[in-house]
Design a protein around this ligand. Structure first.
Ligand code: SF4
Length: 323
């Protein structure tokens, strides 16, 4: 949970997750839907699916016991070199190195490395450095201490060198290069995306679909949603009502449903990884429930209470709360 996410955000999720899945066996035997529902809101859902797979592998292959070597840990789904090193050193007192965002910055400054951290040569240098300095005694405490120094003292901007316990060893401090090292990596290029979600109601139920394996929110549920081709973006910006025909046609061709004239209800802006998404939400009713889906996607008609138990994508939950 802590990968790419701050501790303060994780605490509530962690407590609820551990209460529902107190043992590796309970996690391994849970349906994926249940695991995703308890992860909902944390993002990066691949982590949840991999944790679930790892639990199954631990039960099936390792008799329910976490492997106690870095190689054994790295063979589990979702565990890379850093996570394996962190578990091995902190939980099993093994002298395994770690390099993550905070220690990468700290190490690159200590050794005065001018190349960007993300380059493979740089990564090799950082891992070699980490392996050389990791002690046999209390490696877990050592690794945690360095992560703390990286996050609290050797900050990306204006590091607090005066308070730094390792400044006498630091090449960057010696040469006054704190604003130069680490070198700036590539800037994320954001892509503007316009999408439409359609809330389709039949009596007291709504049509939902499960996102496919290759979709942004694989495994989670969402209202029918489609992308608006780029050449329609300007037209929609002038007047969102212009998309009424698009909504009707998309739903007819993807679900075989004839809608009552759809109404635009709201627009949600949100960002996911490199995408800046403008989501126009439309509402409509239909008299018919039988669907004709060509892609074999999983769909379901659900009332509000049933939706509460299902893992929804972040905008799906926002829409569901306002129904
Ligand atoms: S002396 Fe400054 S730049 Fe060097 S490791 Fe410490 S905080 Fe970072």
């Amino acid at each position: 949970m802590l990968q790419q996410t701050q501790v303060s955000t994780v605490i509530g999720y962690f407590d609820r997750f551990i209460k529902r899945f107190p043992t590796v066996q309970s996690l391994a035997s849970a349906p994926e839907t249940d695991v995703l529902r308890h992860w909902e809101g944390l993002g990066y859902y691949r982590r949840a699916r991999q944790l679930h797979l790892a639990a199954q592998q631990i039960v099936d292959v390792h008799q329910g016991v976490l492997p106690q070597t870095t190689e054994g840990l790295q063979a589990l789904p979702g565990i890379g070199r850093y996570t394996a090193g962190a578990i091995a050193s902190i939980a099993f007192d093994i002298a395994a190195p770690i390099v993550e965002a905070n220690t990468a910055r700290l190490y690159s400054r200590l050794i005065g490395m001018r190349a960007p951290i993300a380059l493979s040569n740089s990564q090799r240098r950082l891992w070699d450095f980490a392996a050389n300095i990791t002690p046999r005694k209390s490696p877990g405490e050592f690794n945690q201490a360095l992560m703390e120094v990286g996050s609290l003292i050797c900050t990306p901007r204006e590091p607090n060198c005066k308070q730094c316990p390792v400044r006498n060893l630091c090449a960057t401090y010696e040469h006054g290069l704190q604003e130069v090292i680490p070198a700036a990596g590539k800037k994320t290029v954001y892509e503007d995306v316009v999408e439409i979600a359609v809330v389709i109601k039949n009596r007291d139920q709504y049509l939902l679909r499960r996102c496919g394996a290759k979709e942004r929110w694989a495994g989670l549920w969402d209202f029918p949603r489609f992308s608006v081709p780029k050449d329609h973006h300007a037209e929609l910006q002038d007047n969102v009502e212009n998309s009424e025909r698009l909504v009707t046609e998309e739903i007819q061709s993807n679900y075989g449903l004839k809608l009552s004239p759809p109404q635009h209800s709201r627009t949600i802006k949100h960002a996911v990884t490199k995408y800046r998404i403008t989501l126009h939400v439309w509402q409509a009713t239909t008299a018919k429930r039988a669907l004709k889906t060509s892609s074999g996607q999983e769909t379901s008609w659900l009332n509000k209470a049933e939706m509460a138990d299902l893992p929804l994508c972040v905008t799906g939950r926002k829409i569901a709360r306002q129904l």
